[in-house]
Design a protein around this ligand. Sequence first.
Ligand code: HH2
Length: 263
Amino acid sequence: MLGIVNVTADSFSDGGRFLDPAQAIAQGLKLRDEGADFIDVGGESTRPGAAPVAIDEELRRVMPVVEALARQGVAVSVDTMKPEVMRAAIDAGCAVVNDVNAFLAPGAVEAVAGAQAGLIVMHMKGTPFTMQQDPRYGDVVGEVGAFLASRARALEAAGVASHRIALDPGFGFGKTLEHNKALFRALPALAALGYPVAVGLSRKKMIGDFTGRPVTERAAGSVAAALLAVQNGASLVRVHDVKETVDALNVWMELKQEGQGSP
Ligand code: HH2
């Protein structure tokens, strides 16, 4: 499980809460204590319509948090599209690089290839600024799966061992509600590509669409989505509400019948 800490002013659910490094570090430690395996630190919001953040500003936001958490033995994931931030975070001991842009930026593959960090490769159609403007697909499941498989091959061709790679269909990143639902139901097929599958559904618009709740009241809906995602083959869930998700997963694992597989 990845616990989310956004060091941004404008993230859709926790924007502005953790811009102060001390608060972001405290939140990372809290989520680690609640059971997160990794703390996913991001300095650039990717919500629909978000404007890009300059390299220096992103480094200034995330690096004090990445460095402090890594120094304290926390397994850190850095959520970035920028090779410069990837390199700095890896040098600081980051365990995972999570790129919503699938390591497509010039220099991104080279920035991570020689390191040992795990890599989360996510599908996005367009850029955060434009992605929700009428996204269209012929076959969303086929296109997202083919894209992710081709990015995994590109990383492997650059020397990345396959066990370092996880794939994420990118819920809400250039997708309508129907696209998201189709991709969710296809998680078993995505898992069948042979890489661990990561999903991020926490507090997203889709949860709001199903429940009618604002961002601040989507924890229960997000926990339900995380459980079903694991049941559908996801190995990694990226969540804001770590404690609640850990409890729900523990109860589910204790009660599910033998032979149903484990997350
Ligand atoms: N979603 C967000 C950010 N990073 N990374 C992966 N691998 N998968 C996701 O679905 C994903 C992600 C968006 O959520 P959040 O960080 O809460 O908001 P914001 O982008 O506004 O900072």
